[in-house]
Unconditional design. Structure first.
Length: 291
């Protein structure tokens, strides 16, 4: 069983990102002396068999990292997978069976559960948002409000839940916000400079919070995407009618599970929410040792 075999086939997660994250997490947990509890209480050659169990219903993500955690601790670990990332599971589902040296199983338990719980929580919350927007053309997307150092993993979890990714960082798209507009001297000047400085493959998005600003952006013809920030439903509908397919429209600000269906129904193309990553509850996973 390899970590790569459990990656969601509809998403990409770099093996390098898996290895780096697992190495960093184990280094943090093991410190200078290792798992002193397991070393002190468990003889070296004692075997163990454990089940990783979903204690609630939801969408699974993070299993490649859980597998890599155990495998990094012992070459004798054997893992049988009963699900893969992106799968919807019922409460009580066994997702992994881990067999091998008991010390390695016990040492890797918390790190493996931390990865699977965090990423499954994001995937499950994203799936709930996506479900609320069914029947519309709106795509649900995360933003850059991620845990420092874990962005690639958390954005992968969003994709496992059926969502889409906004830009990964400051280097892969131009997103002009209100402070950029203020410093640059206005909407037209900032768009003109952005267009003159950007390559032909770089998209330009600009944030507006009024219909007047949207009209000004449309008048320049220089933006690819317009972010409609904190607009009420009536204004969003007017914005969709005003743009009429001339630019891609993204709604953002104040998006919740209670509001997303109504926002999606306005006709916007994308709805972005930081809550997918910064406010996802941990998914309840457990590792049960079989006696």
């Amino acid at each position: 069983m390899t970590p790569a075999s459990l990656i969601n086939p509809d998403a990409f997660l770099s093996p390098l990102a898996i290895d780096e994250a697992v190495h960093r997490a184990l280094d943090e947990d093991l410190g200078r002396a290792g798992d002193v509890t397991s070393i002190a209480t468990i003889p070296e050659n004692v075997p163990a068999r454990a089940l990783m169990v979903a204690r609630e219903a939801g969408v699974i993500a993070g299993l490649p990292l859980a597998v890599a955690t155990f495998q990094k601790l012992s070459p004798d670990i054997r893992i049988e997978a009963h699900a893969r990332d992106g799968a919807s599971v019922a409460k009580g589902t066994h997702v992994l069976t881990i067999s091998g040296p008991a010390r390695a199983v016990l040492t890797g338990e918390r790190t493996a559960l931390n990865f699977a719980g965090r990423l499954s929580g994001i995937a499950t919350l994203t799936a709930n948002y996506v479900r609320k927007a069914e029947g519309t053309k709106a795509r649900i997307t995360c933003i850059r409000k991620t845990t420092p150092g874990l962005r690639a993993l958390e954005k992968y979890a969003v994709r496992c839940g059926g969502g889409f990714n906004h830009r990964f960082g400051l280097d892969d798209a131009i997103l002009i916000k209100d402070n950029h507009i203020a410093v640059a001297g206005g909407i037209k000047p900032v768009l003109q400079r952005a267009r003159s400085m950007s390559g032909h493959l770089v998209k330009i998005e600009i944030e507006v919070d009024t219909l007047e600003q949207l009209r000004e952006v449309l008048g320049t013809g220089l933006a690819d995407v317009v972010l409609l920030d904190n607009m009420d439903l009536a204004t969003l509908r007017e914005a969709v009618a005003l743009a009429y397919g001339r630019v891609v429209l993204e709604a953002s600000g104040g998006v919740t599970l209670g509001s997303i269906a109504d926002i999606a129904a306005t006709g916007v193309d994308y709805i972005s929410s930081g809550a997918l990553t910064h406010s996802a509850p941990n998914f309840d996973m457990a590792l049960d040792i079989e006696a």
